[in-house]
Unconditional design. Structure first.
Length: 675
């Protein structure tokens, strides 16, 4: 026997229409026949019927909506003998049950319509199912409301636009099924009605219009009309419906996305009687105004999509990008958390000219000033010092640039202003002036530097020609000829590197040699040490505390002082350095200042040309090393001290040396702050 699963709606004495399922046979003419069995997972399999995931979902909903299941779900007082009818009398429980039923029935009917499954209403066992079939109509019915108001009452009519025709409820057999969203049986068709709820159908089941007394008009408008006035077609007589479609203001608001740790820009539009966020799904807004108890005005704001799109495009044209949440982010500089704020400050005047109103941004509970800013700098010389003065002009305020240095130095971009807002120091300034902030001594509104640090200003075009300003003569290039005691021939690029280091030696500048690994940073450094050895003052008397080296015996009666160059390096490189020095400059006397034996050498360091030690030893013996004035302090793999807050950085920085060289194949690992 051929059979099918069929769904039926039956009237419950309290809950309204509820679903159930049956197995029905097919008649000889191929139409649905009579009930054979109640449909459950077990009986369906017994009849060997197709049992899909949709059938399973619908049967689950049916089981959830039985009287027993509803009662057990909402009967919180388990010990008492109560009934569903008693529960229904409690307003809070009745509302909760009604909402639950609406949600489950909406799912149920959507699945039926989507898969065109057979549905009947009040099916009888002794009659064929064909006589009770409800057709599926996937088209939404659009309601239309008509209100006629006079001094004594208001007449209210409801009609539907169905298949292009205006029809009224009393003209057809209508059975409401679900309140929100509204589902109903309309002339033996299952339909969904847009925008209104099912309760609004009930007064019109048997009459064309509803008469509302004047004393109830306000309440009726507030509870029912206002909810649908912005969504459905209204015809009115006796009161006014005003429509607004013109944008009054366009607002930009910067906020923090705490989950993604980024900034975002929100866009909103003010119409005459309503405001909409750009990301809102809501397209219209309705507001009631009661001029007095008798006169009613409905204000209906409708979004102007075309005009809103123009403002959105202007933001995109200025370099922003729109994300899925319909907020805006900076398209570039994603590594800068505050890039969007800098963009807003940069473009704020142009945005205002386009009609955007910018609300004061708030970041980390700080109100940020968005006025444009301008920086002016100048330098003056005072003997062996130079003073850097400058002012940041922010709207009407002028700030000494030196006052920003403590914030730049500590990577804090928020500078407090007198009006309670904060100036956001540009990221470019945080990087560009970091060295100045760290090296200068702030005095009043200026910052003072040793004249030898004039190179910190050389890339600052805003100051001009630093050498002219500070009367600094460019140092002539020093002629370098490799020492005859260097036991190898330098490659051309190594020769250039040594010349560069020698130039820094004469200028008393520190240097960072950052050739890639394997290109000979060690050899170039050894060559410079030989140069420094040969160009230092010569002693006249032999220091009897040490043995003369080969380097001294090979020269005249004048011999060279010990160079006293301290090289700090990882422990794994000590052997390599010792080997390289013996290979390329065997005349340099080398001391390995390591381990327990180092204690015996603590008072003799000044007798050696090169002292090799490790970062760990330097940290441990920093008080010993601080007593010496080394000619050179050389750091190999100098990224060890890139954290300026570390103990090793502070220890190394406290060691005295006339010349300093940093060696690293990776001077920048994370950011320019490493360098």
């Amino acid at each position: 026997m051929k059979a099918a699963i069929l769904f039926n709606l039956y009237p419950h004495r309290i809950l309204g229409f509820l679903p159930e399922a049956f197995i029905v046979n097919y008649q000889k003419n191929g139409t649905l026949g009579y009930i054979q069995h109640r449909a459950t997972e077990k009986t369906v399999k017994g009849y060997q019927l197709e049992y899909t995931a949709v059938h399973q979902k619908l049967l689950k909903i049916i089981n959830l909506l039985t009287e027993k299941a509803i009662f057990e779900k909402y009967n919180s007082k388990k010990g008492r003998k109560r009934t569903l009818a008693v529960l229904w009398e409690e307003p809070g429980i009745r509302k909760a049950i009604r909402t639950y039923l609406d949600r489950q029935l909406d799912l149920f009917f959507n699945e039926l319509v989507a898969h065109q499954l057979p549905l009947t209403r009040e099916l009888e066992r002794k009659a064929p199912a064909l006589d009770f079939i409800i057709k599926m109509n996937a088209q939404l019915l659009e309601p239309q409301l008509y209100f006629q108001k006079n001094a004594t009452n208001m007449r209210y009519r409801l009609s539907m636009l169905k298949e292009g025709r205006k029809v009224t409820v009393p003209q057809h057999r209508v059975v409401p099924l679900v309140n929100e969203p509204a589902w109903a049986i309309w002339e033996e068709e299952l339909v969904q009605i847009a925008h209104i709820n099912g309760l609004m159908l009930k007064p019109f089941i048997d009459k064309e219009e509803v008469l509302i007394p004047a004393r109830h008009v306000r309440t009726y408008f507030e509870k029912f009309v206002l909810k649908v006035a912005s969504k459905v077609e209204l015809e009115t007589d006796g009161f006014e419906v005003k429509k607004y479609n013109k944008i009054q203001k366009v607002k930009l608001r910067l906020s923090e996305n705490f989950l993604q740790q980024t900034l975002q820009l929100s866009l909103s539009f003010d119409y005459e009687k309503a405001s909409f966020d750009y990301k809102d799904q809501q397209r219209e807004h309705t507001r009631l105004e009661f001029v007095n108890e008798e006169e009613v005005v409905i204000h209906r704001s409708i979004r102007n999509d075309e005009e809103e799109a123009k403002y959105v495009q202007q933001l995109l044209d200025l370099g922003l990008k729109e994300n899925r949440a319909k907020t805006f982010q900076a398209a570039e500089n994603q590594e800068d958390r505050y890039a969007l704020l800098h963009w807003l400050i940069q473009h704020q005047e142009h945005l205002q000219s386009l009609g955007f109103e910018i609300q004061t941004p708030q970041i980390q509970q700080k109100k940020i000033a968005i006025a444009t800013h301008k920086l002016g700098l100048n330098v003056t010389q005072d003997n062996d010092w130079f003073d850097l003065r400058g002012y940041v002009q922010i709207s009407e305020m002028s700030i000494p640039f030196a006052h920003l240095f403590p914030y730049i130095k500590t990577n804090d971009p928020f500078y407090p202003l007198e009006d309670g807002t904060y100036f956001m120091i540009p990221k470019e300034w945080m990087e560009r002036y970091k060295a100045l902030a760290e090296k200068g001594k702030i005095t009043g509104e200026k910052s003072r530097f040793p004249k030898s640090l004039y190179t910190l200003l050389e890339d600052k075009e805003e100051i001009g020609n630093v050498q002219e300003v500070l009367d600094v003569e460019a140092t002539e290039a020093v002629e370098y000829i490799p020492s005859k005691w260097l036991k190898t021939q330098l490659r051309p690029y190594q020769l250039e590197g040594v010349k560069w280091l020698v130039q820094h030696y004469h200028n008393h500048f520190g240097a960072c040699l950052a050739d890639d690994m394997g290109l000979g940073k060690t050899l170039q450094t050894i060559a410079v040490l030989l140069y420094a050895k040969e160009n230092q003052p010569k002693e006249k008397e032999v220091n009897s505390t040490r043995q003369l080296g080969l380097f001294e015996n090979a020269l005249t009666k004048d011999y060279y002082s010990a160079l006293n160059a301290l090289i700090v390096l990882p422990a794994s490189l000590v052997f390599n350095w010792e080997s390289e020095i013996k290979k390329f400059a065997p005349h340099l006397q080398v001391l390995k200042y390591l381990g327990i034996k180092r204690i015996a050498h603590q008072k003799l360091l000044h007798n050696f040309d090169v002292i090799l030690t490790t970062y760990q030893t330097a940290l441990r013996d920093v008080e010993v090393l601080k007593k010496y004035d080394f000619s050179y302090l050389i750091l190999d793999e100098s990224q060890y001290i890139k954290n300026k807050n570390s103990k090793i950085f502070k220890a190394i920085k406290s060691i005295n040396a006339e010349h300093k060289i940093s060696l690293s194949g990776t001077p920048i690992e994370n950011s320019l702050a490493d360098l």
